[in-house]
Design a binder for this molecule. Structure first.
Ligand code: THU
Length: 152
């Protein structure tokens, strides 16, 4: 049984906190020896499942990948292709809560997530489970290019 009741893309405060907590747990696994900026993401799908990801850097810098795309890859590989919400956290170790910035998904990740939404995905960027901002993916990626653009 999922901890999440997915209806109308609206999450309860408790559900948001659970999603952010999962992102913070994923952040602990980040492999970021070059930037030292550790990112965690937790992605809620319409089937109620949550997939997490962390950034994984590489000695060949450009080969690294962001936390959000890591989570999205996990979801698709496990058969979940309908995204409802994502929580993202990112900061360097040792930052106190007020020192942390909000890690908004990069442009490539916004585009990547857009592929698997009905246009109403929520993006929670957080400093802690109680200090977060809610955004719609559509406002972070205005006029986004998606599968519909390729329809005949
Ligand atoms: N990063 C993410 O994981 N997600 C984003 O949306 C922005 C950036 C990672 C990539 C790199 O490992 C580190 O943060 C610094 O850019």
């Amino acid at each position: 049984m999922s901890e999440f009741k997915v209806r109308d893309n609206e999450l309860s405060e408790l559900e948001v906190q659970t999603l952010i907590r999962a992102a913070i747990t994923a952040r602990d696994k980040a492999y970021a020896p070059y930037s030292e900026f550790k990112v965690g993401a937790a992605l809620l799908c319409s089937d109620g499942r949550v997939f997490s990801g962390c950034n994984v850097e590489n000695a060949a810098y450009g080969a690294g990948i962001c936390a959000e795309r890591g989570a999205a890859m996990q979801a698709v590989a496990e058969g979940s292709e309908s995204f409802v919400a994502i929580a993202v956290v990112g900061w360097k170790d040792g930052k106190s809560e007020p020192e942390r910035g909000l890690a908004y998904p990069c442009g490539i990740c916004r585009q990547f997530l857009n592929e698997f939404t009905d246009g109403r995905m929520s993006v929670y960027v957080a400093r802690s489970i109680t200090d977060y901002e809610k955004n719609d993916l559509a406002s972070l990626l205005p006029h986004g290019f998606g599968p519909k653009n390729l329809e005949d």
